[in-house]
Design a protein around this ligand. Structure first.
Ligand code: ZN
Length: 492
């Protein structure tokens, strides 16, 4: 195992050598979706970013426990302490049980992630399945004096906490900034300070998603779940916590405060955040009318899309940018990504068509593997990995064009490097359409061969017809002659 992975830690605001606290074990937590609607690009980016990290750490030999939660309770509208629960609102509008909404969109989320070739996390806990742990967390914070009860709700005392610790350490804010930017909302009178956030909310009579607690019936505040479930599955201190940059404040800031207030020390060693996605230069949002779900991308059924874009095109497009840079989706950019991906996959197919020579001449593939590792080790710099692979593809094509030669050893190494980085680490797989097209061409080729056999039979050229039949039987084909011609199938 080569311990050379450098990652950018949002907390220290610098790149740091990644050293797990209990190597070879690595604990990694990523905030998952709130399942009240179809997955969109905003879900694809963190999922793919941390999929790359998960794949790479595993490849380096670490035993990674990757926890990615499902938020199914407590996430209120506008990410605030007031407003309706997002799941409950959807359930009310659709006249469904909240858990029907959760089930439906969780399954759809999984399908979209599978299409994007995002590996499943090791554990995918639901917030609603960890109410007891969240109540315990709130009790611990109360016990340490950093929270107060008010009208059946419990709030985190940000002012008190900030006297002993730094509230705003992750987002680089100070308490005055936070207070000045906090919107005044209904129900704020329950709080001592507008910056205080809910740990437990009292449930109004009409609120469906409710659980008994020491403070009466209610539901947990949104930030509690990740602290409670992170601790349960990864321990008091774990290695990596990730998510989108939009979660830095308030969500992750609050998580840090909850962890320190409940156990006296931070829980997370490295904080990692992916940057945001814009659409034609604009933030994506339902109110802006530029909201495109992943399914719409895959099927092309959205007015903003000039055509469907395959899941691998979306994945490749996201990986063409460094995860800490913004990505702007446009039809032009996606079409260019589609072409780039095709060139990469075409180049890989060409590798299988090359006949090696005595030695490599006219091209130099040396150091490709090292260069790709170097880029991955530099804070998962996937665009640089991709550019190294394209350099190699250009050289492969000169070999295909017979303007250069490659030795058997170099060819073998090249195939291995491509397989490792393209398939295993970047997770780019051949598309289903590609497979379907291949199946079709294969079928037609078999038909053509069997038609030649029929012709041979009609011409009483038994030698040729027997040779084709026998050879095909050896290859596992079962051919039957029928009245109108033939049928065949491949026995595997
Ligand atoms: Zn979270």
């Amino acid at each position: 195992m080569e311990d050379k992975l450098i990652i950018y830690n949002t907390l220290s605001r610098k790149k740091e050598l990644f050293v797990p606290q209990h190597a070879p074990h690595v604990g990694m937590y990523v905030c998952g979706p709130t399942v009240y609607g179809d997955a969109h690009l905003g879900h694809a980016r963190p999922a793919i970013t941390f999929d790359i990290l998960f794949r790479y750490l595993t490849h380096l030999g670490y035993k990674v426990r990757y926890v990615r939660n499902i938020t199914d309770v407590g996430h209120l509208e506008h990410d605030s302490d007031d407003g309706e629960d997002k799941i409950e609102k959807k359930a009310r509008l659709e006249q469904l049980e909240p858990m029907e909404v959760v089930q439906y969109y969780t399954i759809r989320y999984h399908k979209a992630m599978e299409a994007l070739n995002v590996l499943s996390p090791s554990i995918e806990p639901h917030a609603s399945g960890h109410i007891i742990e969240q109540i315990q967390l709130v009790e611990n914070i109360l016990k340490h004096g950093y929270a107060y009860e008010s009208e059946g709700s419990v709030y985190f005392d940000v002012t008190k906490y900030n006297k002993d610790h730094h509230y705003g350490i992750l987002s680089g804010r100070n308490l005055d900034d936070v207070i000045n930017t906090t919107r005044e909302l209904d129900g704020q009178q329950e709080k001592h300070n507008p910056a205080d956030f809910a740990l437990w909310k009292h449930a109004q009579p009409e609120h469906i998603m409710r659980w008994p607690s020491p403070w009466g019936d209610g539901f947990p505040g949104w930030h509690c779940e990740c602290t409670a479930m992170g601790k349960k599955y990864l321990g008091d201190t774990f290695d990596i916590h990730g998510g989108g940059m939009d979660l830095i404040f308030p969500h992750h800031e609050c998580e840090i405060a909850q962890a320190v207030a409940s156990q006296g020390h931070p829980m997370v060693r490295y904080w990692m955040h992916n940057n945001m996605i814009t659409i034609n230069g604009q933030k994506m949002g339902k109110s802006l009318g530029n909201f495109i779900t992943l399914d719409e991308f895959f099927s092309g059924t959205n007015n903003l899309l000039a055509q469907p874009y395959s899941p691998m095109t979306i994945r490749f497009f996201i990986l063409q940018a460094h995860y800490r840079s913004t990505v702007d989706f446009s039809n032009d950019a996606l079409q260019a990504a589609g072409k780039g991906l095709e060139r990469l996959q075409e180049g890989m197919k060409n590798l299988n068509r090359i006949t090696p020579s005595e030695q490599t001449t006219g091209v130099d593939f040396s150091g490709l593997r090292e260069k790709c590792y170097e880029a991955m080790n530099d804070d998962l710099n996937t665009p640089i990995v991709i550019s190294h692979l394209f350099d190699a593809i250009r050289m492969v094509n000169t070999v295909v064009d017979k303007k250069a030669t490659i030795s058997a050893d170099d060819l073998h190494e090249l195939k291995e490097v491509f397989h490792l980085f393209v398939c295993d680490l970047l997770g780019l797989k051949a598309e289903a359409e590609d497979n379907a097209a291949r199946e079709e061409a294969f079928g037609k080729a078999v038909d053509m061969l069997l038609e030649e056999r029929m012709k041979a039979k009609m011409n009483k050229d038994w030698a040729t017809s027997d040779k084709i039949r026998n050879r095909m039987a050896e290859l596992g084909f079962e051919v039957k002659d029928t009245k109108d011609g033939f049928t065949w199938r491949l026995n595997k």
